[in-house]
Design a protein around this ligand. Structure first.
Ligand SMILES: Cc1cc2nc3c(=O)[nH]c(=O)nc-3n(C[C@H](O)[C@H](O)[C@H](O)COP(=O)(O)OP(=O)(O)OC[C@H]3O[C@@H](n4cnc5c(N)ncnc54)[C@H](O)[C@@H]3O)c2cc1C
Length: 308
């Protein structure tokens, strides 16, 4: 991540820029979804963080296969690839001076399942849009970031975003039923597929074996087990959901849960199925005044026990 600067002309000058655009156009079914003009790149140069990074191109991907092809192109050219959805991230993880792949525009489908008990969502749908589909069933998504009107399912999964009420019980990790994702190799994995683990082993044998090795190493170490259990009992733990090595046995389930908090570094989430939570019929807010910090923190156990 480089510091903020005024958007310069694309670093890929002359022929190189033309060759890159040509390669990217070959990855998508509609070449007009490859954007290389200065205004379009400038418009995508910032997310909600203070970083300003001029992407060399912005591509609006429309299918998992296209994202896979773009990942292969990025690998072939050595260009960093960053996924961008709602762009509400606060730490610069949705910006790049390489290739920015928009995975919001063409990814807004949702299907309510089992009378709202579950929902299948594409990653570009905002949390608010998903909850609007669930409202008539008296249900909503568990993760509840304050940016719900603009942030999307892809960002919520990849950032493990949560809000004021979801705690560690109703977050993405706890309410995720299955995930479809695209690995950097282009392999598409649906953790709900019949024999999903067998498919992962057949298509990605090294990855599958590596996950098994890591799982067994972590499980054999009491220090690792204790540290992970402690860290993930707290809400403010960041990064890969390492608790998946303890909570899940099959590599495909471990990998699906490692995607949570991975900030787009492990692959592209192409759809997710969530278990939903009930919308509470009543909500109230209280403002409590304490004379000191110790008094305030002392009150927490009783407040939590009361269900606050
Ligand atoms: C006003 C405001 C309030 C906020 N409140 C909260 C809050 O209460 N709680 C909280 O946790 N956060 C909060 N945030 C931070 C941010 O909104 C969340 O992290 C949000 O979930 C990001 O979603 P997004 O769609 O904007 O993702 P983006 O910012 O576009 O991307 C986030 C990350 O996910 C990756 N990514 C995006 N889509 C995919 C995909 N399909 N597959 C794989 N990786 C992907 C990106 O590469 C990036 O690393 C807030 C931000 C703002 C501006």
């Amino acid at each position: 991540m480089s510091p903020a600067s005024v958007v310069p002309p694309s670093p890929a000058g002359g022929n190189r820029a033309g060759e890159l655009a040509e390669l990217l156009r070959s990855c998508v079914s509609d070449p007009s979804r490859v954007l290389t003009g200065v205004p379009q790149r400038a418009a995508a140069a910032h997310d909600a963080s203070h970083y300003l990074l001029d992407p060399q191109a912005v591509v609006r991907a429309a299918s998992a296969q296209e994202v896979g092809a773009l990942m292969a192109a990025a690998r072939a050219t050595g260009l960093p690839l960053t996924l961008r959805s709602g762009g509400t991230s606060l730490s610069g993880q949705a910006g790049t001076d390489g290739l920015l792949v928009d995975v919001r525009t063409h990814w807004r489908q949702a299907e309510v399942l089992d009378d709202g008990l579950r929902i299948r969502v594409q990653p570009g749908l905002t949390v608010r849009q998903a909850n609007a589909r669930l409202a008539r069933h008296g249900r909503r998504l568990g993760p509840d970031p304050a940016s719900e009107s603009a942030c999307t399912i892809g960002g919520v999964v990849a950032n493990n975003s949560s809000g004021m009420t979801c705690g560690t019980q109703d977050n993405t990790y706890r309410t995720l039923e299955s995930l479809e994702f695209v690995l950097a190799s282009g392999t598409i994995v649906d953790s709900a597929a019949h024999d999903a683990d067998g498919l992962l082993r057949a298509r990605e044998p090294e990855l599958h074996a590596g996950l098994l090795r890591l799982r067994d190493r972590i499980r054999a170490s009491e220090t690792s087990r204790t540290t992970i259990a402690h860290q993930f009992s707290m809400k403010n733990t960041m990064g890969y959901a390492l608790n998946s090595f303890l909570d899940h046995t099959l590599p495909v389930d471990i990998l699906a849960h490692l995607m949570i908090g991975s900030e787009g570094t492990l692959g592209f989430v192409s759809h997710a199925v969530f278990r939903t939570v009930p919308v509470m019929p009543h909500a109230s807010t209280g403002l409590l005044m304490f004379s000191g910090l110790a008094e305030a923190t002392d009150a927490l156990p009783a407040l939590l026990a009361a269900g606050a």
